[in-house]
Write a protein that binds this ligand. Structure first.
Ligand SMILES: [Zn+2]
Length: 238
């Protein structure tokens, strides 16, 4: 089965159906600032990345980028990260009920009244931004890995999902599954990330075994390399 998947984040794709019920990945955990982080704060503080950030909330946004480990490679093609008053700003027309959204124009919009959750919202919307690149080649290991994991995750519920850092909302669509996985990668607990990594690899391995004549000729070992790190650090395969 060869799938070429084209996804676009649009109005509504960032619509969190669960305001006020944010799951267990809280804003207080330390995020992904480990030794493997490739975040380049200079890019956002002084380089071209500075132009992406809403000047009015520049310091807060740099803090969130630092906390989530969002890299310059991840924001390639992004038009901007904007902060607004969801009740009165025209960009928010029709999206007032959303916590954050990724628009067709390539911009990420955050509300000014939920800053304590920006790490989750921003990483989720960055996940939407990365979808088109992950799925540009629908049969690449990251693309097929995420598709296989989404199909397997759709069989799970409750605690089984929570152990991956996910929730029912994460299964709304493949788009949301990718966005939520990015959120786990950026803000989740280490155990969630480890579990989700293994789940993606196991799902992809199962797909390869079940489809021995897959057109790409993947062998089960290919799945060993498909980690959240590889999927979201696109610089590695550009
Ligand atoms: Zn979303």
């Amino acid at each position: 089965m060869e799938l070429v998947i084209r996804l676009k984040g649009g109005k509504g794709s960032g619509n969190w159906g669960h305001r006020g019920r944010l799951g267990k990945v809280g804003g207080s955990n330390p995020g992904r600032m480990t030794s493997t982080s490739k975040v380049n704060l200079d890019y956002f503080a002084h380089g071209p990345g500075k132009d992406l950030l809403d000047p009015e909330y520049y310091n807060e946004l740099v803090d969130v980028i630092h906390k989530t480990g969002i890299t310059s490679a991840m924001v390639k093609g992004l038009k901007g990260i904007h902060v607004g008053d969801a009740e009165s700003d025209p960009e928010w027309s029709g999206m007032e009920g959303s916590a954050a959204f990724y628009d067709n124009d390539g911009g990420i919009y955050l509300r000014d009244d939920n800053t304590y959750c920006w790490d989750m919202y921003l990483s989720h919307e960055i996940g939407h931004h990365l979808e088109s690149r992950i799925f540009e080649f629908g049969t690449s290991p990251p693309a097929q890995g995420m598709l296989s994991a989404f199909n397997e995750a759709s069989k799970l519920k409750g605690k089984e999902l929570w152990e991956l850092g996910l929730r029912e909302y994460s299964l709304t669509s493949l788009n949301e599954f990718v966005a939520e996985s990015m959120m786990v990668y950026s803000t989740g607990h280490d155990s969630d990330k480890k579990n989700l990594d293994k789940f993606i690899q196991d799902s992809f391995r199962k797909w390869i075994v079940d489809n021995p004549k897959n057109l790409i000729g993947y062998t089960p070992e290919v799945a060993d390399d498909v980690t959240l790190d590889w999927i979201f650090n696109l610089a590695d395969y550009e």
